[in-house]
Design a protein around this ligand. Structure first.
Ligand SMILES: NC(=O)C1=CN([C@@H]2O[C@H](COP(=O)(O)OP(=O)(O)OC[C@H]3O[C@@H](n4cnc5c(N)ncnc54)[C@H](OP(=O)(O)O)[C@@H]3O)[C@@H](O)[C@H]2O)C=CC1
Ligand SMILES: O=C(O)C1=N[C@H](C(=O)O)C[C@H](O)C1
Length: 242
């Protein structure tokens, strides 16, 4: 059986992954949290899953490389520098980075790219996400992933189109931009709504995670798939065959 090492094992996702791993045909090799030894865990594991914090990524990737252990990076709030670290690690080991391990969202990203392309820039795109009160990053990694899909449909980098901060007398909406809004409260597992607003009609694509378990199951599925892959950078769509 594939032995999964959990980086962030006492966190919400880490605990959810441990709860479903056996069900899905994996074992848990162990886990670490802040102050733990990721290299010892990497050496004891067939594959690592990282659901920690951006500040932990560099050490976690270094441990994975040194241990020769594939790693699923599910942590969100990553910067361009973090993505460069992931690219470097992927030259040595198999790395799957994804802001969502949900099947529904992975498919939704395809639909969003298609809709953005077909409907054109005079349809305004807004992405609204809602999460639990403990979430520390905004917009969510998934909202940004959906924004990337929309921008790809528009043939431009998201960085050129993204609007995340609206307050005060900001003027009318600029054509072609992609707006983001974040809601935080209670125990919401994760809702994402992509609104394509035209003149006189509106298309709304919505995904609601009903519990954290779907992310945990997706993470284990991704880990089992990644354990057998050669070095390289992978995405969730490849796991799901989409
Ligand atoms: N890709 C996906 O599908 C999903 C991604 N996520 C993302 O996963 C991440 C974790 O979410 P969640 O479980 O809710 O967060 P939690 O805060 O509940 O858990 C984070 C865990 O990481 C640990 N940690 C922090 N720093 C380090 C470190 N340097 N080394 C090792 N462990 C560390 C924390 O330990 P300590 O408490 O000791 O600091 C804690 O146990 C977030 O970025 C979230 O957005 C969440 C759900 C789904
Ligand atoms: O922090 C969470 O809980 C989640 N984070 C991920 C994100 O930022 O998109 C995925 C999921 O929505 C839950």
């Amino acid at each position: 059986m594939t032995a999964i090492g959990i980086l962030g094992s006492e966190g919400r996702m880490g605990r959810a992954i441990a709860a479903v791993a056996t069900d899905l045909g994996a074992t848990v090799a162990g886990g670490v949290d802040a102050g733990g030894d990721p290299l010892a865990l990497a050496k004891a594991s067939d594959v690592l899953v990282d659901f920690t914090a951006p500040g932990a990524l560099e050490a976690n990737l270094a441990a994975a490389c040194e241990g020769g252990t594939p790693i699923v990076v599910g942590t969100t709030g990553l910067t361009a520098q973090h993505h460069a670290l992931i690219d470097n690690a992927a030259a040595r080991i198999a790395v799957l980075q994804t802001s969502t391990t949900s099947l529904g969202i992975t498919l939704l990203a395809r639909l969003v790219a298609d809709a953005a392309e077909k409907l054109g820039p005079d349809w305004d795109i807004e992405i609204v996400e809602a999460h639990h009160r403990h979430k520390v990053d905004a917009p969510s990694g998934t909202a940004l992933l959906l924004g990337e899909a929309a921008a790809e449909g528009r043939g431009a980098p998201l960085g050129d189109l993204k609007v995340v901060d609206r307050a005060g007398l900001i003027g009318a909406r600029a054509e072609g931009t992609i707006g983001f809004a974040s809601i935080r409260g209670g125990s919401i597992a994760g809702d994402h709504q992509v609104i394509l607003a035209g003149s006189g009609e509106r298309l709304e694509l919505i995904h609601r995670a009903e519990s954290r378990e779907i992310f945990a199951r997706g993470a284990v599925r991704a880990a089992l798939w990644l354990a057998g892959q050669p070095a390289g950078r992978y995405a969730m769509a490849e796991v799901l065959g989409l």
